[in-house]
Design a protein around this ligand. Structure first.
Ligand code: NAG
Ligand code: NAG
Ligand code: NAG
Ligand code: NAG
Ligand code: NAG
Ligand code: NAG
Ligand code: NAG
Ligand code: NAG
Ligand code: NAG
Length: 617
């Protein structure tokens, strides 16, 4: 009896102990089969150990998520979350796959809190779950060739806030958009937020960022090379973008040309999308491009029938032959009223078209397109329809092909420096003649002047070529003054580098508020007690000032501008600091994430600090 009891106790103890053991050992899987499960601490790694999947939390162990991140990048960068809307509440949560191929996450009480719903009716002999080196979590038949068609389910079909190489943003032109990015609610909550980044297929397909139903920014329409709204030319050296448009489907994806590069596009809770690339050298996600890049990217900033041009002031102008609807508001930079035609179109007696070059095409959401028409046919078609106001090629490859037509008002068009495409805007013939006459007169009048000017110029060029460098500085200083006085009013202070080192305890880790794409942010206290936030820019600028300037010039946003006061900057060799007023009641996320997108700060830096410092020393 006693022996029996002892034996039983031993057995119970053994079972208890062994179950303790299994619960405390963290397992590493390369595949998961239906007889296995994963729980907190366990990881599933991809073949080349590039990505890792498992349960994680945001510091609150009660809310657990199953997600995917880069195995070798720290801090942990989450690229996908399965149960983003339904975190578990219990640390005994587990992930399993059933025989039919459905991935499920169970909470502590074995209730299903997330289900991939990927059950296959086909007879699958042996289901396995695998994480591919692309970051794609897949469920497939162990016996299958591994081709995409054979997958029972893949996480790439359900993007979160991150667009990875190989993912597809896809729109079914018949049933509407179904695959697009949605932002997180906030950096600590991956639940579906308000913002989306998607291909809008009303009219000619275009890339849009929206908050709820409102468009925030348009990437523009695809012209065969790129989206006409964005400056991705540089990226084409690193990434291969491809867009497929058929009658039934529009899909957009990219591949990295160098597979060892880690790159991602992430949509933040405010609707800003950033292209980031991991730098092994600086151990930071460097921002390559962001949308919005400048004020003109704000949707419909200038109202109807206008053109936004960031290189002139004011940035909004009515199209040729149009005038502001509300002149007073227009003059005080309220452009929302847009512009009206000066002369009514006369549909029957032949209107004409005025070409605009290097344009981001207007909103195509109510446009018509036909890819088999030529530009000439396009024009004819537009002339035939009295409400048609503009036309353009839908593809600029090989000299241009296809046709897009716009009706009524022209919305959200902008001018680019060196990209974009041609568009032809309908005008009354009288306006066109008027413009032509004015042009001829002006031409004749200026011809004499130009000749004189050329003579003077060539002499000047001769004289000044030896002083080019100095002149460069003067020009830059002038530009900087001109531009910055407008934006920042007074000169910002240039702080002594050691003042800032002291204020931040030599950039002590304790003072660090966080880290974003452009660098780390520290809190500091000045000798007089003023609290500051210091942004230590990552050393992106090593690529050369001019290149850096061009690149960051593109990255600016309105939305956070003027919310935090920029006190000044500081520079010492490679180190570049931006100093802000610290506001205690702003959330940290604001300083870490919000400021990332304040790229005017970079402009400011390049124009003022960089140019002033060499001149002062
Ligand atoms: C987790 O689940 C177990 C088993 O159902 C339960 O006993 C425990 O109270 C739960 N803990 C929490 C924090 O919900
Ligand atoms: C799976 O189906 C259930 C029931 O229809 C639904 O509630 C759930 O959201 C689906 N899961 C996913 C990941 O779509
Ligand atoms: C297919 O899977 C079964 C296990 O379910 C295995 O026994 C068999 O060898 C596999 N066949 C191939 C061709 O891999
Ligand atoms: C880019 O992708 C397209 C289609 O996927 C492919 O045909 C082309 O060869 C790729 N280009 C490069 C440079 O890899
Ligand atoms: C790919 O990128 C890695 C890391 O940036 C670099 O070392 C390598 O030379 C690149 N390969 C090619 C073919 O460009
Ligand atoms: C801009 O002008 C419009 C039209 O007149 C008016 O409705 C709107 O309130 C103005 N906005 C601002 C910010 O003044
Ligand atoms: C496009 O234009 C061609 C040539 O005029 C015509 O045959 C075709 O039906 C049009 N397609 C659509 C979708 O309207
Ligand atoms: C002009 O185009 C509009 C928009 O596509 C269409 O609704 C209208 O019927 C067309 N009018 C004519 C006369 O073709
Ligand atoms: C601008 O154009 C759109 C589309 O044609 C129209 O609905 C809207 O009323 C116009 N806005 C103004 C201020 O005229």
């Amino acid at each position: 009896m006693e022996n029996n009891n002892k034996g039983l106790m031993l057995m119970v103890f053994f079972f208890f102990f062994s179950s303790m053991l299994t619960f405390s050992t963290q397992k590493t899987f390369t595949t998961i089969a239906p007889n296995q499960f994963m729980q907190y601490g366990d990881t599933l790694v991809s073949a080349a150990e590039r990505y890792e999947a498992g349960f994680f939390n945001f510091g609150d162990s009660q809310r657990q998520y199953f997600g995917i991140w880069y195995k070798n990048i720290s801090p942990r960068t989450i690229v996908w979350v399965a149960n983003r809307n339904t975190p578990t509440q219990n640390s005994t949560a587990m992930l399993k796959v059933n025989d039919q191929g459905s991935l499920v996450i169970l909470d502590g009480s074995k209730g299903v809190i997330w289900n991939s719903n990927s059950s296959s009716t086909a007879t699958v002999k042996s289901v396995i779950v695998q994480l591919l080196d692309s970051g794609n979590l897949v469920v497939k038949d162990a016996n299958s060739s591994g081709k995409n068609e054979d997958l029972l389910w893949e996480s790439f079909d359900y993007p979160g806030n991150t667009f990875l190489a190989g993912m597809k943003l896809k729109s079914n032109l018949v049933t509407g958009p179904y695959r697009y990015l949605t932002s997180w609610r906030n950096p600590q909550d991956p639940a579906e937020g308000e913002c989306s980044y998607k291909i809008d297929t009303h009219g000619f397909p275009q890339l849009v960022t929206a908050k709820g139903a409102n468009v925030l920014y348009r990437g523009g329409s695809w012209n065969g090379f790129l989206f006409t709204g964005v400056s991705w030319l540089r990226l084409h050296r690193v990434l291969n973008f491809s867009v497929v448009v058929t009658d039934k489907e529009f899909s957009y994806q990219y591949e990295t040309l160098n597979s060892s590069i880690n790159t991602r596009l992430v949509l933040d809770p405010y609707g800003t999308s950033q292209r980031l690339q991991w730098s092994d050298r600086t151990q930071i996600w460097e921002a390559i491009y962001s949308l919005p890049a400048d004020q003109c990217d704000a949707y419909d900033l200038c109202g109807n029938n206008s053109n936004c041009n960031g290189d002139i002031f004011p940035i909004c102008e009515c199209l040729e032959g149009f005038m502001p609807k509300f002149q007073l508001e227009w003059d005080s930079s309220n452009w929302s009223g847009g512009c009206l035609r000066k002369t009514r179109l006369n549909c029957l007696h032949g209107d004409g078209f005025l070409p605009y070059t290097n344009m981001k095409l207007p909103d195509t959401s109510s446009s018509y397109y036909n890819k088999s028409l030529s530009l000439e046919e396009c024009k004819t078609m537009c002339l035939k329809n009295c409400t048609c106001t503009a036309y353009a090629n839908s593809d600029i490859k090989d000299g241009g092909s296809g046709c897009i037509l716009w009706f009524n008002n022209i919305v959200d068009m902008r001018k680019h420096q060196d990209q974009g495409q041609d568009i032809y805007i309908r005008m009354a013939s009288s306006e066109l003649d008027h413009k032509e006459n004015k042009r001829k007169l002006k031409l004749a009048g200026t011809l004499a002047g130009v000749i004189a000017f050329i003579i003077v110029l060539s002499v000047l060029v001769l004289i000044t070529s030896t002083y080019r460098k100095k002149l460069g500085y003067i020009k830059k200083l002038f530009l900087w003054k001109h531009k910055k006085e407008k934006e920042y009013g007074d000169f910002a202070t240039i702080f002594d580098f050691s003042t800032i080192t002291n204020a931040t305890n030599n950039f002590s880790i304790r003072n660090k508020l966080g880290e974003g794409g452009f660098g780390a942010v520290y809190k500091g206290v000045m000798v007089d007690g003023q609290e500051i936030a210091v942004k230590r820019l990552s050393k992106t600028s090593a690529q050369g000032t001019e290149e850096f300037k061009n690149e960051v010039n593109l990255m600016a946003t309105l939305q956070h501008r003027n919310l935090v006061k920029l006190l000044g900057c500081s520079i010492r060799q490679e180190e570049k600091l931006l100093i802000y007023e610290f506001m205690a009641n702003r959330s940290l996320d604001y300083f870490i994430f919000g400021l990332n997108f304040l790229t005017n700060e970079i402009n400011f830096f390049v124009y003022s600090c960089h140019n002033v410092v060499p001149m002062l020393t």
